[in-house]
Design a binder for this molecule. Structure first.
Ligand code: SME
Length: 146
């Protein structure tokens, strides 16, 4: 199966998981697990907006830093710029926060509620250049379902 075909089979699963449940933490937990175990990413999880910081939310993978300031790292920069960021080589990203030395590429997608960013989805891979426009397209679709 191509990556796009995998996302296309995953979308109805995500819809089914999210329909009828409006607790955002529960939904973050299930979506992190669904994505992580489908694609076998290195780290998959959410950081929630709390005041001027992002705070660690539901995730799958190794332990991670708990708080990230706005504009810091890939997650904080995504929040600041209000758009998805794809990083082919995290070691070359100015200000990257290395929670794990094993992570080499990353995508961070904002999660909006009523037009406001309430969290970001952060996915890390041990492969370089693991994420592209296909990931962005489908991950943004999944964020719209939440
Ligand atoms: N690498 C992220 C920090 C979060 S961990 O990778 C889970 C960043 O620079 O925002």
């Amino acid at each position: 199966m191509t990556k796009e075909e995998t996302y296309l089979t995953l979308l109805p699963q995500a819809e089914a998981l999210l329909s009828g449940e409006n607790d955002l933490i529960a939904n973050m937990a299930n979506i992190a697990a669904l994505l992580h175990h489908t694609f076998r990413f290195w780290w998959t999880g959410f950081y929630r907006v709390e005041g001027d910081e992002l705070v660690l939310g539901p995730f799958q993978g190794p332990i991670a830093c708990t708080r990230i300031k706005k504009g810091r790292g890939v997650c904080g920069t995504t929040w600041l710029r209000e758009q998805t960021i794809i990083v082919d080589d995290v070691h070359k990203f100015e200000g990257h926060i290395a929670c794990s030395a094993e992570s080499n590429s990353e995508i961070v997608v904002p999660l909006r509620k009523d037009g406001q960013i309430v969290a970001v989805l952060d996915i890390d891979s041990r492969d370089f250049s693991n994420f592209d426009a296909i990931d962005q397209l489908y991950l943004e679709k999944i964020m719209e379902l939440m």
